[in-house]
Design a binder for this molecule. Structure first.
Ligand SMILES: CC(C)(COP(=O)(O)OP(=O)(O)OC[C@H]1O[C@@H](n2cnc3c(N)ncnc32)[C@H](O)[C@@H]1OP(=O)(O)O)[C@@H](O)C(=O)NCCC(=O)NCCS
Length: 159
């Protein structure tokens, strides 16, 4: 088993200027554009952590608190919060920045789970997460509970 890795080794921030091609019918940014960026940022953080291909297995609920406007910079930061064996939970936080005024607003956040795949395409062990402070230990314990809930929900749905 490889050595534990800190979340700072895999954390990633993506930036993208929102242009007319990102609009919905109301002239704001389409929710799917935001979801795609969240999924991409999460996948990058998971792959940087595992240094293996990772696929999305679950996206927890995501609330759109306020519209993102065209001309704003969409900023998504993804941080690994919990690791099981092959499963990696990532927290993604989305902000919108008006590049003229500098005003930044928090628009969304979500937890996603990715699964690390071996060369045979099956789930394989990822490095453990090094927990460097009290906040990281607390977030890890919360992640463990969230994952137990997801797995429980999966068994309920299979009945
Ligand atoms: C991801 C995939 C390879 C997992 O295969 P699987 O045979 O179901 O794997 P397992 O049952 O062994 O589960 C693998 C891990 O996922 C976790 N998992 C399973 N269901 C889950 C769920 N609903 N939410 C979160 N984690 C889940 C398991 O607990 C296990 O974690 P662990 O290794 O840390 O204990 C398979 O489901 C798949 O290919 N899904 C499609 C992925 C995809 O196309 N994503 C979108 C594009 S990237």
């Amino acid at each position: 088993m490889s050595t534990a890795k800190a979340s700072s080794e895999s954390r990633v921030t993506l930036h993208q200027l929102m242009l007319p091609e990102h609009a919905n019918a109301h002239g704001n940014v389409h929710g799917g554009v935001i979801l795609r960026m969240v999924d991409e940022a999460g996948a990058i953080a998971a792959m940087r952590h595992a240094r293996l291909p990772c696929v999305t297995i679950s996206i927890d609920s995501m609330t759109f608190r306020q519209p993102v406007h065209l001309g704003e910079l969409l900023i998504c930061t993804a941080t690994v919060t919990w690791v099981g064996r092959s499963s990696i939970e990532v927290h993604c936080e989305v902000h919108a920045e008006n590049p003229i005024t500098g005003v930044i607003s928090h628009t969304n956040s979500a937890f996603l789970v990715f699964v690390a795949l071996g060369p045979d395409g099956h789930p394989t062990a990822a490095p453990q997460l090094a927990l460097l402070d009290e906040g990281e230990r607390r977030r890890f314990e919360e992640g463990k509970l969230r994952q137990a809930h997801r797995i429980g929900a999966r068994s309920e749905n299979a009945r």
